[in-house]
Design a binder for this molecule. Sequence first.
Ligand code: ZN
Ligand code: ZN
Length: 324
Amino acid sequence: MKAAALVRPGIVELVDVAEPECGPDQVVVRVLGVGLCGSDLGVYSGSRPVPRTPWVLGHEGVGEIVEVGGRVRDRRVGQRVAIEPNYCCFDCPPCRSGFTSACVNRVVIGIGVPGLIAERVAVPAAFTFPVAEHVALVDLVCAEPLTVARAAIRRAGIAAGDSCLVVGTGSQGLFLCAALVALGVTPHVVEPHEGRRELAVSLGAVVADDAVRDVDFVFETSGVPAALPPALSRLAPGGTAVLIGISAQPLDLTLWTIVYRQLKLVGSLIYDHPADFAGTVAALEDGAVAPHRVLRPGFPLAAAPDAFAAVRSTAGKCWIDLTA
Ligand SMILES: [Zn+2]
Ligand SMILES: [Zn+2]
C-alpha cells in the first residue's frame, strides 16, 4: 500500500507501508482526499518534529469505511466519513467539561500518530463522522478546516448583520469567509497576496479600505504579529477580536489599547468534540455552505511531493485527490 511520507525535512516521497490493522474500536477508511495546510508545512519543513521517518503526512482526511472493528456498533462498511484528526482523551478536566480542544492529552494525527495520506488508514470510530452520499468529495474534503472556522465563529458569538474584518485570506481565512457569508455576514478582508484577496472576493468578501472602522469583530488568521495592532484599531469600542493564527513572537500592543477601548480578545484553537464536527457535517449536508470554491484542483497521490511544494505560494487550498 502506498502513502506520502516525510523522509527528511523538505523531502516528501511515496513509500510502501503496511496495511492498517483494524482495532476493536476502530474503522479502516479507504482515503479519498486529504487537504494540506500550514501545520502540515511545519512538519514538512522540520520545524514541528515527528517521532520518526519516514513519517506519513496529512490530517485533513475523508474517505469510505471498508472495515469495522469488533466493538463498533454505529458505523458500517460503505459509509463516507470525515475524520476528526484531534483525538481527545475524554478523561482530563477540560474533556470532562466538554472543552476537548484544551485536552491535556490530545493526540494529533500526522504529528503524534501517522498521518492520513495513505490508501487506507485505521482510525477510532468515534472520530469519524458519517456524511450523506450527496455531499461532493470537493466539499467533504474541506470538513476539517471548515470546522476550525465554524468553531471560531461560534466562540465569537457573531450573528447575521454584524460587521467584521478578517485579517489574512490564506486557506483558513478563506474558509472563515465562506462560513461568515453563509451566516449572513459580509466580511471585510485584509490580505497582501492579490490572488488570495481575489478568491476571498469571489466568496462574497469585500476588500477593506481605510473607511472600514468600528467593526464589531476582527478575525485574525494570518498569525503575523504586526497585523494585529492595526486590525484592533478598526474595532469598535467593546468589540471582539478572535485570534486563530499562531505565532511565538511577542505582540507590540499596550494594555491601554485593550482596557481603554474595552476590547475582548478570544483565542480559538481547533474545535470541540463532537459537536463542532457534527455541526459542519450537517451544514454540508443541507447545502448551507459550499466550501469547495476554496480548493485548487487536487494533486494525485503520486504527485504528493509537488502538492507540498505548492502549498505556500498557492491561493486557495491544495489537496491530494486519491480518486485521481
Ligand atoms: Zn489543517
Ligand atoms: Zn482530555
